[in-house]
Structure formats: structure tokens, C-alpha cells
Design a protein around this ligand. Structure first.
Ligand code: PGA
Length: 258
């Protein structure tokens, strides 16, 4: 049985005070929603404080990136060991903003997944196509290539220890959400790709959808058979909106393996 997961990606937003206030607003309503899992991925400097505020709750702490290196002379880098020390459970890896703005290659992303797993952190591996790629009909090819890079370096079983987030680049921060059918088609492709290697791993793999998920569209997306929750950007910064999305995950049926 796959239990749904909703993770907030706060990106480079907020202050120490606003981050603490957001957690304070989220915890009481989320503590009543027991049928799904929740996480917030905070900016690096606020991880310790947000982790402290989350202590004793079921909401997990996540970070938004990790260095591909273990340790050493990498000015500005943040290692998997450091993030584990800060109490992180999840790490977003290969977000399209990291790939496009910071030039991260498929192979760098694969190295980051390997670092996350090495430090027993759960990578949330982001994959997804640009609008031009979708319009030229190569969505599956692009997503397949992004997955293959990780499979080649880490192995299928390692990839399946993490979470995958399908985030079409054209839907991120644009207000243009993929339709539930568009999301389901790519999620099924991803599950099929993993399942071609090992069916059991594919059945238990969590595949989140991300890209303009809001309170008013979450329930339809989460109702799709292969959509196991969401990675939420803008809407995760507004407590009521994020709680409503989490309630939609809680309301969605858990997927029972056949
Ligand atoms: P969005 O971002 O919900 O603001 O579209 C999602 C993400 O980038 O993870």
C-alpha cells in the first residue's frame, strides 16, 4: 500500500520569523490528518530552527539540494552528512530550477541522489520536460533519460528507495497545471519504466506530481491511480492553502497493490 506524501518546497522564500510562524500555523491542522505523510523543505539557513519547531510532530524536515561531493574544499557546498545532522529526512534533488538556472547535468543529479542515499536521506528526484519538449512529443524520452542517469549510477533498487517527483517545467510557478490525465500518463510511464526492471519496486515507489498544485486542483490530481501525492511550491507558503492540499491527500484513496 502506498501512503500519500505531500512535501512543501519553500524555495528561496521567507525569513526566520516567517518560517517559524508557518510551521506554527501548519502543525495543529496537520496533526489531525493521519492518513498521509507531510514534509516541508526549508532553505538551508533555517533548517535547524524549522527542525526544532517540527520536533515531536509527524511532519518531516527536508532540504532543497545537496552537494554531489562528500566533503572538502567546495566553498558554499552543503553535504549530505550536514543535512542528516540537521535532522533532514528528505532532500529535493534535480529540481528543474537547479537543472536550468544552475546548469546541473543528469549525471550531477545522479551523484546527488547517491549522496542522499549514502546518508540515509530520502531523495525526492525531480524529473520533467519543458514546454518545447512536450510540444515536440519527447516527454517520455526526456523523463526516461533523466531516470536512466540515476539508474546507471545508483542502480534501480537505490532509485526506488527514494521518491520521484514528476514536475513538468511548463507547470512550475506558472499557474498552468497538468491535467490529471496528463500527470497520470507520465506517472504510469515512470512506474512502467521501473517495473520493467522490477515490478515489486515499481509498485511501492512513490511518484509525486508537482507544478501549480493548489487547493482547488489537488483532489483531482491525487485521485489518479499513479499520483501518490505532491511537491508543492508557491501554495506551500500559505498555511491554509497547504493544509487544504494535505487534506486532499488524506481524502484520496490509498493505492492498494494488486
Ligand atoms: P509550484 O512549484 O507549485 O509553485 O508550481 C512546484 C515546485 O517547483 O516544486
Amino acid at each position: 500500500m502506498r501512503v500519500k506524501l505531500v512535501a512543501g518546497n519553500w524555495k528561496m522564500n521567507g525569513t526566520l520569523a516567517s518560517s517559524q510562524a508557518l510551521v506554527k500555523a501548519l502543525l495543529p491542522p496537520l496533526s489531525a490528518l493521519k492518513r498521509a505523510r507531510y514534509a516541508v523543505c526549508a532553505p538551508f539557513p533555517y533548517l535547524a530552527a524549522v527542525g526544532q519547531a517540527l520536533r515531536g510532530s509527524d511532519v518531516a524536515l527536508g532540504a532543497q539540494d545537496v552537494s554531489q561531493f562528500e566533503d572538502g574544499a567546495y566553498t558554499g557546498g552543503v553535504s549530505g552528512a550536514m543535512l542528516a545532522d540537521c535532522g533532514c529526512r528528505y532532500l529535493i534533488v534535480g529540481h528543474s530550477e537547479r537543472r536550468s538556472v544552475f546548469g546541473e547535468s543528469d549525471d550531477t543529479v545522479a551523484l546527488k541522489v547517491a549522496q542522499a542515499l549514502k546518508h540515509r536521506l530520502t531523495p525526492i528526484l525531480c524529473v520533467g520536460e519543458t514546454l518545447a519538449e512536450r510540444e515536440s512529443g519527447v516527454t517520455d524520452e526526456v523523463v526516461g533519460r533523466q531516470l536512466n542517469a540515476v539508474i546507471q549510477r545508483c542502480g534501480l533498487a537505490a532509485l526506488a528507495q527514494g521518491v520521484i517527483a514528476y514536475e513538468p517545467v511548463w507547470a512550475i510557478g506558472t499557474g498552468r497545471t497538468a491535467t490529471p490525465q496528463q500527470a497520470q500518463a507520465v506517472h504510469a510511464f515512470i512506474r512502467g519504466r521501473i517495473g520493467a526492471g522490477e515490478r515489486r519496486l515499481a509498485d511501492s515507489l512513490l511518484i509525486l506530481y508537482g507544478g501549480s498544485v493548489k487547493a482547488n486542483n489537488a483532489a483531482q490530481l491525487f485521485a489518479m491511480a499513479d499520483v501518490d501525492g505532491g511537491l508543492i511550491g508557491g501554495a506551500s507558503l500559505v498555511a491554509d492553502e497547504f493544509v487544504a492540499i494535505c487534506s486532499a491527500a488524506q481524502g484520496a484513496k490509498e493505492t492498494v497493490k494488486t
